[in-house]
Design a protein around this ligand. Structure first.
Ligand SMILES: CC(C)(COP(=O)(O)OP(=O)(O)OC[C@H]1O[C@@H](n2cnc3c(N)ncnc32)[C@H](O)[C@@H]1OP(=O)(O)O)[C@@H](O)C(=O)NCCC(=O)NCCS
Length: 152
């Protein structure tokens, strides 16, 4: 499967929203994505096939030297082919160069996402009890830390 990792723009909205609605019980609305596109503290990237189709996307927000992975999703038809890993690696490369750590929350039952995060070095550092109250489900808090070379 051939694709490029590119910054998201309005041309990707339709494809992103289709995946978003297929993946999440409480999907981000179109307006949330549009606001994120114009928010300087948010970075949105897309895995785009040669024909322009959106295969997956991810969002990172940054405040000072702290990063938060706010979103990552891959088209159900394109999973287990490394797309999620390549998307996340973009933010990890950015994190290593610019951040102290990258944090995220994930449903305790989301084995696929937890597997991805653990493969790329995230560790579980906390648990928010009943965070997803509707489903009585806990969230795991996971973090990847980036040691500062040369800083005391
Ligand atoms: C999580 C998600 C983004 C992974 O995307 P993906 O492109 O299928 O993942 P990759 O193919 O890059 O997999 C990378 C690694 O993640 C782990 N992984 C991925 N899917 C997995 C699964 N179903 N079960 C267990 N581990 C899994 C594996 O360690 C895998 O490495 P491997 O293929 O060498 O075993 C995808 O499952 C998804 O979109 N889920 C729905 C949205 C979601 O839950 N997002 C996270 C919200 S916190």
């Amino acid at each position: 499967m051939r694709y490029d990792l590119v910054p998201m723009d309005r041309s990707h909205l339709e494809g992103v929203l289709a995946i978003e609605r297929a993946c999440f019980r409480q999907p981000w609305s179109e307006q949330v994505f549009v606001d994120a596109l114009y928010n300087d503290t948010v970075s949105l990237i897309v895995a785009q096939a040669e024909d322009g189709r959106v295969l997956g996307y991810a969002a990172l927000s940054v405040i000072l030297d702290e990063g938060s992975l706010d979103k990552i999703a891959v088209d159900p038809a394109c999973r287990r082919q490394g797309v999620g890993e390549e998307l996340l690696k973009v933010f990890l490369r950015f994190g290593r160069a610019n951040l102290a750590f990258l944090t995220l929350e994930v449903r305790a039952s989301n084995d696929a996402a937890i597997g991805l995060y653990e493969k790329l070095g995230f560790q579980t550092v906390g648990r928010r009890k009943n965070y997803y109250a509707q489903e009585h489900e806990d969230a795991l808090l996971m973090t990847a830390e980036f040691p500062r070379i040369g800083v005391n």
